[in-house]
Each structure stands twice: as C-alpha cells, then as structure tokens.
Design a binder for this molecule. Structure first.
Ligand code: ADP
Length: 260
C-alpha cells in the first residue's frame, strides 16, 4: 500500500525507484525475521522433548530400584518424546527439501480418481477405529501432471488433520469436482474447528492453534505448511474455512491436463 500511495500521488520515475527500494528492504527484513523465528522455533521444539527425556533418564539411572510400573511409565514418556522428535525432523526435512527445491519433482500423469480413492482407503481402518465416518464418492475421471509422492503427502496431511481434530461420531468427507481446467479437492470435517483469529496463520510453519491441543494430538505445526508448499509447486492454491465447534474444510485447486 505504501508503494501504491506514493506512485499514484507523485508518479515520477525517481520516486518510484526510491519507493521500490524501501519495499525491497522491508521484504528482506521480514524474511530475516521469519528466518530468526524459524531457528528459534526449531530449537525450542527440539529442546522441549530433549529436556524432558533427560530428566526421566536421570531418574531411571539414579534410582535403579524404582518400581516396575513407574519405570514403564517413564520409558513410555521417553518413547513418546522420541517419536515426536522423529516426526518433527521428518517434517522439517520434507519442508526444507520442498522449499529449497532440493526434493526432485518427479512429474507423472496422475489419474485423479485412482489417486483420491487410494488415499481415502489408506485411512479407512484408522477412521473406523476412531469411530469417525469417512465419506468418499466417485471422483472425476480427469488427470493431473504432478509428483505422486508429493500429492499423496498433500492429501494424507489434510485427511490426517481432519481425523485428528474430529471426535467420535464425527464425519470426514473427501470430495472433488472438475471445473474447466481446475480440479477442486475438499477435505471437510465436523471437528473442533479453528478460532477465526488463528485461521489466517495456520499455513505458517510451526503455527499451532494452541499448545495444549498440539501436545494432545502430537502435531508439529508443519503439516499445513507442507501442504501449501506442495500445492504451490503444482501450480495450485489452497484455502481453509472453519467454524469453531462446527468443523473445517480445506480446499485445494490444481490445474488439470487433457489426456488424448
Ligand atoms: P499440526 O501438525 O500441529 O496438526 P498443521 O500445520 O497441520 O499442524 O496445522 C496447524 C494448526 O491448525 C494445528 O495446530 C491445528 O490446531 C489446526 N488445524 C489444522 N487442521 C485442522 C482441522 N481439520 N480441524 C481443526 N484444527 C485444525
């Protein structure tokens, strides 16, 4: 807006150049601040489980006579924290590989109907165990050009979030529609929803709605950042709608290709 105001008011070449430079500096500062935040976040996210593991290990070492039940409980804390760190580092590696374009893009022809129904099938069992109804439908017989592994990860992240934040008796619905040259895929849940003030931030790296729910559900705050990165690498867009205590819908639009 700074840019527009100055250009329309004065409109000389010199001033335009000056304003563009100012904007460039603020962009750079923002990027640097984001990087600092990111490093601080990663360090914190790794330090928390490590600190807790360290103290549990110390107790186990110092008190070898600790009763069996307590020992088991401590070991299971250590195991959970280890799994959390493994998940976190996996997500981090994925995200940085995507962002730096180091992860190779293996483009292939994707049969949308097969891609989506296979993805839904991967979650049938865990949905059933969780008492959540997973609803699919016949998907459009269109094709995409894309990286199958990445596209699988994209829908997996969305479906696993939907299941994670939906209680027993809830419904998770995966729909898709082809419109001219776009495919719209939606993952809709009847879960806990996201407060309006958090909604604009959920695609940011490490953004979690509240620490309590993240701890409980074991998230890393990277799932949606990864989903957005993958969508954008495919020339698509991702959006989220949510109502607290009503549910959430994430919609991804991806360009389709004509197959002759
Ligand atoms: P996480 O790995 O913690 O789930 P994400 O990046 O996938 O991180 O999501 C960011 C935040 O958005 C999460 O902390 C969660 O609170 C919220 N969120 C994401 N998807 C949903 C959903 N379907 N329903 C409710 N909250 C969600």
């Amino acid at each position: 807006s700074l840019f527009n105001v100055h250009v329309t008011k004065i409109g000389t070449r010199q001033v335009q150049g000056y304003v563009a430079l100012v904007r460039d500096v603020t962009e750079q500062e923002k990027l640097q601040a984001a990087r600092r935040d990111f490093v601080a976040n990663v360090s914190h996210e790794l330090k928390t489980p490590l600190t807790s593991m360290k103290s549990y290990i110390e107790v186990l070492q110092e008190y070898p006579d600790t009763d069996e039940e307590t020992r088991k409980r401590f070991l299971s804390v250590i195991q959970n924290e280890t799994e959390r760190m493994v998940r976190l580092t996996q997500d981090l590696l994925q995200l940085s590989g995507l962002e730096t374009r180091q992860e190779p893009f293996r483009a292939g022809l994707i049969n949308v109907s097969e891609w989506l129904s296979t993805a839904v099938n991967r979650f049938n069992l865990s949905a059933k165990q969780q008492g959540v109804t997973l609803v699919s439908e016949p998907y459009p017989t269109v094709s995409l050009r894309g990286d199958r592994d990445m596209l699988d990860r994209l829908v997996d992240n969305l479906i696993s979030n939907a299941l994670k934040y939906t209680a027993r008796e809830g419904v998770v619905r995966i729909t898709a529609a082809a419109e001219s040259d776009q495919l719209l895929v939606s993952v809709q849940d009847s879960g806990i929803g996201i407060p309006a003030e958090d909604l604009p931030h959920v695609f940011e790296r490490f953004y979690t709605v509240d620490k309590a729910r993240t701890r409980k559900f074991g998230g890393t705050g990277l799932g949606l950042a990864i989903a957005r990165e993958i969508t954008e690498r495919h020339g698509g867009r991702i959006a989220i709608l949510s109502e607290l205590n009503e549910g959430t819908t994430v919609t991804v639009s991806l360009p389709t290709v004509e197959v002759r």
